[in-house]
Ligand binder design. Structure first.
Ligand code: ATP
Ligand code: MG
Length: 180
């Protein structure tokens, strides 16, 4: 399982539709200050369901939509899609490739898509539990996060181990069952 590609259109500084192709190995993104490197990581967080504008370095969720420049008008929506290679079927769906997409309009209307079909954020989250991928997963280690892990409370650190051990989905299901 690996990240095959990332498509952005109208997300932050990416006004044009742009597709990043990745391979099974290491990719480094380099560029001058302010050129959009961190926006690439923000796009991945966002499509995985990030709900906090602050985590995406904005004040409100609308800030993920291309706000325009002197040369170019603002856009009305932001779209991000990631394609994950699932040849090893680590994701529990019968597809070799899984495409997760999210779109939001200035009106606030938004949607998630799984392989082109509209779905709920919950469906995306359930698919990714225990894979390390979700927005809380350890597949994205942000600036300052290592410190947070090292100096965090034992319960917080435990969540990371739960995810790696693959028991988060059972804990969530138990919690949901106890609520009913
Ligand atoms: P550094 O090396 O300083 O970390 P970086 O390459 O990580 O820089 P980013 O923080 O990814 O750069 O990109 C910042 C740029 O993205 C800024 O120029 C900012 O104006 C632009 N930007 C952020 N949000 C939007 C938006 N909604 N619309 C248009 N441009 C945006
Ligand atoms: Mg940066």
């Amino acid at each position: 399982m690996y990240l095959k590609s990332l498509e952005v259109h109208g997300f932050k500084s990416f006004a044009n539709k742009l597709i990043f192709e990745f391979h099974d190995g290491i990719t480094a993104i380099v560029g001058p200050n302010g050129s959009g490197k961190s926006n690439v990581a923000d796009a991945v967080r966002w499509v995985l369901g990030e709900q906090s504008a602050k985590q995406l370095r904005g004040a409100k969720m609308e800030d993920v939509i291309f706000a325009g420049t002197q040369m170019r008008k603002p856009l009305g929506f932001a779209y991000v899609a990631i394609t994950i290679s699932n040849e090893d079927h680590k994701l529990n769906v019968p597809y070799e490739e899984v495409k997760i997409a999210r779109r939001v309009y200035r009106s606030g209307e938004s949607e998630y898509l799984l392989n082109g079909t509209a779905c709920r954020l919950k469906d995306v989250q359930e698919l990714l539990f225990d894979t390390g991928i979700g927005k809380e997963g350890y597949s994205i280690i942000g600036q300052g996060q290592i410190d947070k892990i090292l100096s965090g409370k034992p319960e917080e650190r435990r969540e990371l181990f739960d995810e790696a051990a693959g028991i988060v989905k059972y804990k969530r299901r138990k919690a949901a069952a106890q609520k009913n």
